[in-house]
Design a protein around this ligand. Structure first.
Ligand code: OOB
Length: 556
């Protein structure tokens, strides 16, 4: 590697010294690392099953010893390619066991994973790779009929720092196959990473513009899932299912697969979140806990009523990522018959849970309370003044597992953090007298489409690039099934009339995740001639949303 290697570039800054001392003294940060706990568990739980999953239709069952072995081999193979400690590697894998052997392999090598979702396409992947100055990309050959080798070719062309592509699958084409890496164990570091260093970069929901990269340290992240294990009742006997995409923060760490590995429990990977895929696995593996987004939880509750599969092993169903209304919560409890746990979290840090033994009404009506006594919560008004409990306002937070800055993004940092290090979550909440949060909405213009966060601004930017689009405003519309759907209002250029299907197809062809393509497109002549220029985008969005809803309600 030359001196311009991305590994020489600085990563995000961390907490001020006094807080570091406090979090250590309180026992939140214990100096643990990912490599350290997996290595320990490979000894303590050697033959115990760590992972059950499918690769290419073949069932795989890996013990803790095997998981560690595979991680070491991958680490030694990646280092043999010339990657160096601190280098960033974009990982885009579905719910396959290799997701974890690769990620633990990267940790073991001192490399830093950047977690992408399988739905992301070249536009997003290139953005992550550029922002992180990644050196390598790891992807599955195929996932849901998409060939990631094509994406890899585009990526290497668009982002020259990406010099290595590793493919999980039988045919890596011109790239390196994961199973053909040539390990050089002599290159494995003899020391584990600094527990306070950045372990990986997670991606933000992207409330304004493109997704930002979230630097999480070993100490802070391990604390979040160690504490989550206690709250969620995860023990070595637990069987935790990953039904949502493995790379998302919810099934990763709340308590997620990482919590389960930390506890010495078993992780079962469902290749898809549908009842058809998951129910047989729940029965076979006796799954005890898992997390879903609200629309899926409702679908599961309905399917559970008629399924021939025995779901009685399920003790806890967690629901989060988007608001679960009290009515939906009741339906989920009635349909699945296990304990419901609401989870209100964010990849930036703060996670709230209802507790398993909370009164039913608390579980139904609230989105829980923070993990840690050290989580500082502020609910503020429009002027930034803190409100008494019971008041509704903007949620700000700071604490032992909430980031202090995004990676390599000064403009976003200036917007998203206060001077004293509070993260502006963008959520509007009410805090009850006993410290529980009820999510009322949000201040930022993103669409929460079944838990997938979509930046209105990002979608508008894509649409504006279309030759027939004069202006575009993207808004969220309440949706019975998705919670929210995306609607794009388009003013076409004079004399043109683009069809909705064409605009959607065109957007897909720009290489963006399918979940960002608007569900609905409405052509309008103008937004509001008197208001344009005077009205903020936010007000305009509110107005267009109200107009559409009024029209829909007026329909017979
Ligand atoms: C989780 O993480 P992200 O980063 O995809 O999205 C965070 C945002 C929150 O700021 C909030 O707007 C929304 O998603 N959200 C909820 C919610 N859980 C998340 N809104 C209402 N009710 C809820 N229960 O989505 C995430 C990360 C870790 C655990 C769980 C979810």
């Amino acid at each position: 590697m030359t001196d311009t290697s991305p590994s020489r570039l600085p990563l995000a800054q961390i907490w001020p010294d006094d807080m570091v001392q406090r979090y250590r003294a309180a026992g939140y940060w214990r100096g643990e690392t990912f490599t350290g706990f997996v290595r320990d568990n490979a000894r303590r739980f050697a033959d115990k099953t760590a992972i059950v999953g499918h690769t290419g239709g073949v069932v795989q069952r890996w013990s803790y010893a095997q998981l560690w072995d595979k991680a070491e081999t991958i680490a030694a193979g990646l280092l043999a390619l010339g990657l160096q400690a601190g280098d960033r590697v974009v990982v885009q894998l579905g719910n396959i066991p290799e997701f974890y052997s690769v990620v633990f392999g990267l940790f073991r090598a001192g490399l830093i994973p950047v977690y992408a979702l399988p739905a992301h396409r070249i536009t997003e992947i290139a953005h992550f790779a550029r922002k992180a100055q990644a050196c390598a990309y790891v992807a599955a050959q195929h996932h849901e009929n998409f060939d990631y080798r094509t994406l890899a070719r585009e990526l290497q062309h668009e982002v020259p720092t990406v010099q290595h592509t590793i493919i999980v699958g039988d045919d890596a084409a011109e790239f390196t196959a994961l199973h053909h890496l040539q390990p050089d164990p002599a290159r494995l570091p003899s020391q584990d990473a600094d527990p306070q260093s950045v372990a990986f970069l997670q991606i933000s929901g992207g409330s304004t513009g493109l997704s930002k990269l979230i630097p999480r340290t070993h100490d802070d992240y391990i604390y979040s899932f160690r504490a989550s294990n206690d709250i969620c009742g995860i023990t070595p006997e637990s069987v935790y299912m990953v039904a949502l995409p493995a790379a998302h923060n919810f099934p990763m760490s709340s308590p997620g697969a990482m919590g389960a590995f930390y506890a010495g429990a078993t992780v079962v990977l469902s290749p898809a979140p549908s009842p058809d895929a998951a129910f047989p696995l729940i029965e076979q593996e006796k799954v005890t806990a898992l997390g879903l987004v609200p629309p899926l939880a409702l679908l599961w509750a309905q399917a559970a009523e008629t399924t021939p599969h025995d779901l009685s092993s399920l003790q806890v169903l967690q629901v989060g990522g988007a608001k679960l209304t009290p009515e939906a919560a009741r339906r989920v409890i009635a349909g699945l018959g296990c304990t419901l746990q609401q989870v209100f979290g964010m990849a930036e840090g703060l996670v709230n849970y209802t507790r398993l033994n909370d009164p039913l009404e608390t579980i139904i009506q609230t989105q829980g309370r923070p993990i840690s006594p050290a989580d500082e919560i502020l609910v503020v008004d429009d002027h930034g003044h803190p409100l008494e409990s019971g008041g509704t306002g903007y949620l700000l937070t700071r604490g032992p597992y909430t980031i202090r800055a995004y990676h390599n993004d000064p403009a976003a940092n200036a917007r998203s953090f206060t001077e004293d290090g509070f993260y502006r979550t963008g959520d509007v909440v009410t805090r009850t007298a006993d410290g529980y949060l009820i999510v009322q909405g949000r201040a930022t213009d993103h669409i929460n489409r079944a838990g997938e966060k979509i930046s209105a601004e990002e979608v508008e930017d894509h649409l504006l690039a279309h030759p027939q689009v004069f202006d575009a405003t993207v808004v969220s519309i309440p949706d019975e099934f998705l919670g929210e759907r995306t609607c794009a209002f388009i003013i076409p250029h004079t004399g043109t009339r683009p069809r909705g299907v064409e605009l959607k197809k065109w957007m897909r062809e720009r290489g963006v995740a399918a979940f960002k393509v608007p569900d609905q497109i409405v052509l309008v002549d103008s937004f509001d001639t008197t208001a344009v220029g005077k009205t903020s985008r936010k007000e305009l969005r509110a107005k267009l949303r109200a107009q559409l809803l009024a029209q829909e309600q007026a329909k017979p």
